[in-house]
Write a protein of this length. Structure first.
Length: 291
């Protein structure tokens, strides 16, 4: 018997500085981010916040790595959700951008929050959302969401149709091939400087190695590792303080084990990147080749 449909959760999607009627303008110290960096969406926002140097403009409240409410949300967010949606029916999930003036939620929609941080608050940081690059950014975002995250999850599902898992793995490998080719002639995904595309891709690669790999067989993981430019790029970004400082490997592992019902496979033993070493700027010396 199929499970009943979950209760619809209200979406909070107001924007900063985009709708004059909303009253939300980019005022320093007015807004607050509520993040759990073990969550990939929160990790994207935390990295972006650091790249833009917004510590003194937009404070961050850190939440537990594993949601602590019975419904899978965060207890600390319940007052905000209740104030913003009467008798809020769903889990009180992160990320949240809130308005300290009203005590209400502005947005829970990660793409909108990222764009508003870059466009409305990022005047003194790098141009993470350059004008004219909207389509390219969306294309990389879809590649990360569908080609990497979704495909890796489907490829690692236990049971079900083996052919469907093979198709998902092929989709994942094609996405990695595209990114490997892109990085063959440029330092960043879109060329030039860092953009939100690099933030999204780095988080997708972190999840691929620290979460999805645990449900793939060793042969699949070895095929994933066969993208040297891509993983060198991931290591290089991890050594950047705005990236590596937010990498909570223990929290990611605990969150994964708390929610995952899948079976662990042989790929769990094949670590792709020593994330902790690069996050501490202690990358191992390359192996010297004989001769």
């Amino acid at each position: 018997m199929p499970a009943s449909s979950p209760t619809a959760v209200p979406s909070f999607r107001s924007r900063i500085g985009c709708d004059a009627r909303s009253g939300y303008h980019a005022v320093p110290h007015r807004y607050r981010l509520h993040l759990s960096p073990s969550c990939p969406h929160c990790l994207q926002i935390a990295v972006t916040h650091s790249l833009l140097g917004l510590d003194d403009t937009l404070p961050v409240t850190l939440l537990p790595a594993v949601p602590d409410a019975p419904d899978g949300g965060h207890r600390a967010l319940r007052p905000l959700y209740e104030a913003s949606s009467h008798q809020h029916p769903g889990p009180t999930v992160a990320p949240v951008l809130s308005d300290d003036w009203t005590g209400r939620i502005v947005s829970t929609h990660t793409p909108d929050i990222l764009r508003d941080l870059a466009r409305q608050f990022g005047g003194h940081g790098p141009d993470l959302h350059p004008r004219g690059a909207e389509d390219a950014l969306e294309s990389v975002g879809r590649l990360c969401e569908r080609g990497i995250a979704w495909a890796a999850q489907r490829a690692g599902e236990s049971g079900g149709d083996p052919a469907a898992r093979d198709i998902a793995l092929a989709t994942l490998l094609r996405a990695l091939d595209v990114l490997e080719w892109r990085l063959g002639s440029r330092e960043h995904v879109l060329g030039g400087g860092l953009t939100l595309a690099d933030v999204q891709l780095w988080v997708a690669l972190v999840q691929l190695d620290t979460v999805h790999r645990h449900h793939l067989d060793a042969a699949a993981v070895h095929r994933i590792t066969d993208h040297p430019r891509l993983w060198a790029y991931a290591r290089r970004l991890t050594a950047h303080p705005a990236f590596g400082s937010h990498l909570d490997l223990d929290g990611i592992a605990r969150r994964h084990h708390a929610h995952c019902r899948g079976e662990e496979a042989a790929g769990a033993a094949v670590q792709i990147v020593d994330w902790a070493a690069y996050a501490r700027h202690e990358a191992p010396e390359p192996t010297r080749q004989p001769g």
